[in-house]
Design a protein around this ligand. Structure first.
Ligand SMILES: Cc1ncc(COP(=O)(O)O)c(C=O)c1O
Length: 356
């Protein structure tokens, strides 16, 4: 990103962009679908999948078990869907049996699922949920913003119609780019829908030709952000996507082991805790104090809960290019700060009796 400003017209940009799309395909494991990369954020991925697939009055179902599920529901409502929802308590994973029953009772056009809800660190059983959608002949959309690059995902095999992520999470690039994969069925649906797509910028069909020929103009891309994304994706390829998933699994296990050792309660239920982010409750509303002290004294930044959970929850992101050793040191600092603030007891040193 520190390179001289890259113009968005010119051979250098075109070849860089084409390379980025090929690398994005590698990370998504998307050979059969359309791969999109454009300027935006994770929310652009959410909104473009809603407007591109859903027409006014369509019946949609959103599985909600955290803040980002709620946002997806809200976007469906904003764009005129008859938006139904299956809501779970914070940290509880969506149940494929519930979905099967729901799809058996009502005919929906599209089902929306959050892969990892970053607000609670719950990971949903996406494979099973998408399978239920495929069996029922319903289009499915997966918000994989907090998953792709850190959690196994194979777009071609999954069978979902749209999967998207953003540049800044497990891909470890600068924020500002959105990456979307769309199945041939999704594209077909967009091309043959009766009502036109009610958006200019979020209309995936408008972006499709640009992916094949970036010399065509739709809107000016954030070239430096894309440069950073290209580098980040190249790093992911160099590491190998399976190795990256395995590293994240180790990172996840390490954090969970430490949180258990501290005696803190996880927000996400057992068996559904993500390998990219871990949320845990802290006593006495001390999340803010922990966050401030960690940054000031150790240069480590963790997130708090969102909205009502602001003071009660700490969320540790452990994705991207983080190494085991870096995480070990960060966890040491988190433990130290929590002890200083009296959130967890100071270590009790067992004194051995002196030998006479
Ligand atoms: C699961 C999930 N979906 C969507 C978003 C929205 O992404 P952005 O903030 O990049 O718009 C986020 C952001 O953290 C997220 O974690």
């Amino acid at each position: 990103m520190a390179l001289p400003q890259l113009p968005h017209v010119g051979a250098q940009f075109y070849s860089m962009f084409k390379e980025t799309v090929v690398l994005a395909r590698y990370v998504f494991r998307n050979e059969k679908g359309t791969q999109f990369v454009f300027t935006g954020t994770g929310t652009t991925g959410m909104e473009s999948s809603v407007v591109s697939l859903v027409s006014h009055g369509d019946k949609t179902l959103t599985l909600v078990n955290g803040y980002f599920g709620h946002r997806m529901l809200m976007l469906n409502q904003i764009h005129g869907a008859r938006a139904d929802t299956m809501e779970y308590a914070e940290g509880k994973a969506a149940d494929p049996d519930d979905l099967r029953k729901k799809l058996g009772r009502t005919k929906y056009k599209v089902v929306f699922v959050t892969h990892v809800d970053t607000s609670s660190s719950v990971i949903n059983p996406v494979k099973e949920l998408v399978e239920e959608c495929s069996k029922a002949g319903v289009l499915s959309v997966v918000d994989s913003v907090c998953a792709i690059g850190g959690v196994p995902l194979d777009f071609d095999r999954l069978g979902a119609d749209i999967v998207f992520t953003a540049s800044q999470k497990a891909l470890a690039a600068a924020p500002g780019a959105v990456l979307v994969a769309a199945s041939p069925r999704a594209i077909d649906h967009m091309e043959n829908r009766k009502a036109p797509i009610e958006s200019y910028y979020m209309n995936l069909l408008r972006w499709k030709p640009i992916m094949d020929d970036p010399r065509m103009y739709l809107a000016t891309p954030a070239t430096q952000v894309l440069l950073s994304l290209r580098e980040a994706l190249a790093e992911a390829k160099k590491e190998g996507i399976e190795n990256r998933w395995a590293r994240h699994k180790k990172l996840g296990e390490m954090v969970r082991g430490r949180v258990e050792g501290w005696g803190q309660r996880f927000v996400a239920e057992e068996g559904h805790r993500a390998d990219t982010v871990t949320a845990f409750w802290v006593e006495n509303n001390k999340a803010g104090e922990i966050q401030v002290a960690l940054e000031k004294e150790h240069g480590i930044v963790v997130a708090r809960g969102l909205y009502d959970d602001r003071d009660k929850m700490i969320r540790v992101g452990h994705f991207g290019i983080l190494t085991i050793e870096e995480l070990r040191r960060a966890l040491g600092s988190i433990g130290e700060v929590m002890r200083e603030l009296g959130v967890i007891p100071r270590q009790i040193r067992v004194r051995r009796p002196k030998k006479k």
